[in-house]
Design a protein around this ligand. Structure first.
Ligand code: PEP
Length: 252
C-alpha cells in the first residue's frame, strides 16, 4: 500500500511575509487525515521559517535543489548539511527548470542523488520528456535514460528515500496536462524500468508522482490511476484553496 503524496513546488515565488501567510492559510485548511503525505518546497530563504511553522504538523518541508558537495567554493549554492541543520531532510532534484535553465546534466544529478542518499535525505527526483521527444515517440526512452544515468548506481536500499516525479516538460506551467492515460502508461513504464534493475518488490513500492498543470479540476482523475501516487504541484501550490483541494483529491 503506497500512501499518496501531494508536494508543492513554490519555485521562485513568495517573499518571507507572503510565505508566512501562505503557510498560515495551509495550516488552517490542510487536514491529511493521515491518508496523504503533504510536502511544500518554498524558496531557500523561507525554509527556516517554514520548518518552525510546520513543526508538529503533518506538513513536511523540502528544498527545491541542493549542491552535491558538503561545502566549498561554490558561490550562491546551498549544501545538504546546511539544509539538514535547518531541519530540512527532503529535496527536489532534477526539476526540468534546473535541467533547462541551469544546465543540470544527468551526471550532475547523479552526484546530487548520491549526496542525498549519503546524507539520508528524501530525494524527489524529477524526470520527463520534452514535447519534441514525445512527438518523435522517444518519451519512454528519454525517461528511462534519465533514471538510469542518475539513479542506477545507487544501491537498492537508497530507494526507500526516493520518490520519482514524472513531469512531462510540455505540461509544466503550460496549462496543458498529460491525460490520465498518458500519466499511467509512463508511470507503469518507470516501474518496469526499476523492476528490471532492482526487482519487482522495489518497483511496486516506489512512489511515483505526476507533475504538470495539476489543478483541483483534474487531480482526482489523474490520482485515480493505479500507478500514480499523487502529484508534484507548481502553480496551484501557491494558492491555499487550490492546494488543499488537490490534497483532498488525493484522499479518495
Ligand atoms: C512543477 O513545477 O513541478 C509543476 C508541475 O508546475 P505546474 O504545476 O505549474 O505545471
Amino acid at each position: 500500500m503506497r500512501t499518496k503524496i501531494v508536494a508543492g513546488n513554490w519555485k521562485m515565488n513568495k517573499t518571507l511575509p507572503e510565505a508566512e501567510q501562505l503557510i498560515n492559510d495551509l495550516l488552517k485548511q490542510v487536514d491529511t487525515e493521515n491518508k496523504v503525505e503533504v510536502i511544500i518546497a518554498p524558496p531557500f530563504v523561507n525554509l527556516s521559517m517554514a520548518v518552525d511553522k510546520t513543526q508538529g504538523t503533518l506538513i513536511d518541508i523540502a528544498a527545491q535543489n541542493m549542491h552535491f558537495a558538503d561545502s566549498g567554493a561554490y558561490t550562491g549554492e546551498i549544501s545538504a548539511p546546511m539544509l539538514q541543520a535547518l531541519g530540512v531532510n527532503t529535496v527536489i532534484l532534477g526539476h526540468s527548470e534546473r535541467r533547462a535553465y541551469f544546465n543540470e546534466t544527468d551526471e550532475i544529478l547523479k552526484q546530487k542523488a548520491h549526496q542525498a542518499y549519503e546524507k539520508g535525505m528524501t530525494n524527489i527526483f524529477c524526470v520527463g520528456e520534452q514535447l519534441s521527444d514525445r512527438q518523435a515517440g522517444q518519451h519512454f526512452k528519454v525517461v528511462e535514460t534519465q533514471l538510469k544515468n542518475a539513479l542506477f548506481e545507487l544501491p537498492l536500499q537508497a530507494y526507500k528515500n526516493i520518490i520519482i516525479a514524472y513531469e512531462p516538460v510540455w505540461a509544466i506551467g503550460t496549462g496543458e496536462t498529460a491525460t490520465p492515460e498518458q500519466a499511467q502508461e509512463m508511470h507503469a513504464h518507470i516501474r518496469q524500468v526499476l523492476a528490471k534493475k532492482y526487482g519487482q518488490d522495489l518497483a511496486r513500492n516506489v512512489r511515483i508522482l505526476y507533475g504538470g498543470s495539476v489543478k483541483p479540476s483534474n487531480a482526482g482523475e489523474i490520482f485515480a490511476k493505479p500507478d500514480v501516487d499523487g502529484g508534484l504541484i507548481g502553480g496551484a501550490s501557491l494558492n491555499a484553496n487550490d492546494f488543499n483541494a488537490i490534497v483532498e483529491a488525493a484522499k479518495s
